[in-house]
Design a protein around this ligand. Sequence first.
Ligand SMILES: [Zn+2]
Length: 292
Amino acid sequence: MKLQLALTTTLLLATEALSRRTCGNENPPAELIEKAILFKAMQKLAPKPVEENPVPRTQVIPLHIHNVYVNKTRDDGYITDEDVKNQFDVLNDNYASTGVSFDLKTVTHTENKAWAMASRGSTSEINMKKALRKGGYADLNIYIRPLRNGLLGYCTFPDTIAPGSDRFFLDGCDVLFSSIPGGSQAGYNEGKTATHEVGHWFGLFHTFQGGCSGGDLVDDTPAEGTATYGCPVGKDTCKGDMYPGLDPIHNYMDYSDDPCLTEFSEGQTVRLYQMWDHFRVPQGSANRTIFY
Ligand SMILES: [Zn+2]
């Protein structure tokens, strides 16, 4: 009986192929939207000529990667340290244009079926993160594991959080194990799901947030009416003088296939640092669980 159950689990995880990118971050918190509106207005009020722009910033982010698996096989969520390194390298490569780099401080591997399969908001999720989360609010924790409900990933947006609260421990990103470089998710196996999710952790929205009239509150990402699937070059869902430019299908914050995702915009880079300075730096030392 035990063997049968194990085999069933293996089969379910190995055959669960996603036909479309699905990210669990549709609704940014109200405070974050307020701040994004404010930051956008500030940029409009004080445009700077290119030659006066400050020297490009750099920021090193302490990173902790936690692999949580059902059984110690690749089909059941287990990834090797080499896989972790490959995902880490993709993150550094994809964020290079922003000046952000990641410093891999911790790698953990944990066999725990309840944690590996935990749904967002479940008791198992908070138990897992209370046990594994490292560092303060400026430390990035990524959980690479099987996920339920066909999600490729989800992540917490930056927010004002109470030290020691569940929301502090829940802070971080969850990424489907088969989306890592060389994983089994066709179209989504170059490790760019992690790049997209970490974009939310920095405070970036989807480029198609709110459709043509909504937007991601970043000036230089063209308006986009719908999420992109595949890599439809020339896609243009918001037409007319009000909406210049084609859809930003190559932007990491769209839903395109991994090979199609290649860039963050300059405006997103500015926004990332605005959010970093406002939310993560002031709260960065709160609740540090390790020191280095
Ligand atoms: Zn997303």
